[in-house]
Design a protein around this ligand. Structure first.
Ligand SMILES: [Ca+2]
Length: 121
């Protein structure tokens, strides 16, 4: 897990966004209005869906899902709001690293869960 920034408080580290617990979350620096959260799957896998849960009030206004291809990030999906229950499917792609890139948020970024799946069958 790598993130663009981190709030200066314990208990909100990046790993909280992938701990399968909706009650815990990653929080960006309090001043941040953009940023990203990247997940390393450990090996290249075919993926085609993510599930994202933001904190209970929607803060994100513009975001993209990106996968790393070589040294560059490639956009596979784009959206505006996220909210508590956002399921996004996209054209299947092979990648090891997946990133939620928030371009614009109303408040600091708070992501409770960011889960990556193989393409829906
Ligand atoms: Ca969590």
């Amino acid at each position: 897990m790598t993130v663009s920034s981190q709030i200066d408080q314990p208990g909100y580290d990046a790993a909280r966004a992938v701990d399968d617990d909706i009650a815990t979350r990653w929080a960006s620096d309090f001043q941040a209005r953009d940023g990203w959260l990247a997940v390393d799957l450990g090996e290249e896998k075919e993926i085609g869906r993510v599930w994202i849960s933001e904190i209970e009030w929607p803060e994100t206004r513009e975001f993209a899902l990106e996968v790393k291809q070589g040294n560059a990030w490639k956009e596979v999906a784009r959206g505006t709001t996220i909210g508590a229950d956002k399921d996004i499917s996209f054209a299947p792609v092979r990648a090891r690293e997946v990133r939620l890139h928030v371009f614009k948020a109303e408040r600091p970024i708070n992501i409770s869960e960011f889960q990556v799946f193989s393409p829906a069958k």
